[in-house]
Design a protein around this ligand. Structure first.
Ligand SMILES: Nc1nc2c(ncn2[C@@H]2O[C@H](COP(=O)(O)OP(=O)(O)OP(=O)(O)O)[C@@H](O)[C@H]2O)c(=O)[nH]1
Ligand SMILES: [Mg+2]
Length: 87
């Protein structure tokens, strides 16, 4: 799902998942491509431009994929994947 900043992508996706996994805000927020997949267990994986990847708790995901949590993408995040047990 693509859109300009603040067009409501995250707000639209959360009810489809059934839980507010993606943060929403008035200021520009989601700054990294985030892929959502079905998974037996809720978890997230952050892939870095260096080639490394790490598992992160869903609650800590904003530290990597949002502009306030990762200003100007200083953490070098390439993309993030979220796995969630939602039909
Ligand atoms: N009035 C109105 N406000 C909306 C609607 N959808 C989202 N918003 C509000 O618009 C703001 C931006 O919503 P987000 O879901 O964070 O938008 P986004 O496109 O994911 O933003 P970025 O990740 O920063 O690009 C929030 O304050 C939402 O509450 C809508 O349909 N109507
Ligand atoms: Mg967003």
């Amino acid at each position: 799902m693509l859109g300009q900043f603040k067009r409501g992508e995250s707000t639209f996706i959360n009810p489809l998942i059934g839980e507010s996994i993606l943060r929403t805000a008035i200021v520009p927020l989601t700054s990294v491509v985030t892929m959502l997949h079905y998974g037996e267990k809720a978890r997230a994986v952050v892939h870095c431009v260096s080639g490394h990847c790490r598992n992160v708790e869903l609650a800590k995901l904003p530290e990597f994929i949002t502009e306030p949590g990762n200003p100007k993408n200083r953490k070098g995040v390439k993309e993030a994947e979220v796995f969630y047990p939602s039909d």
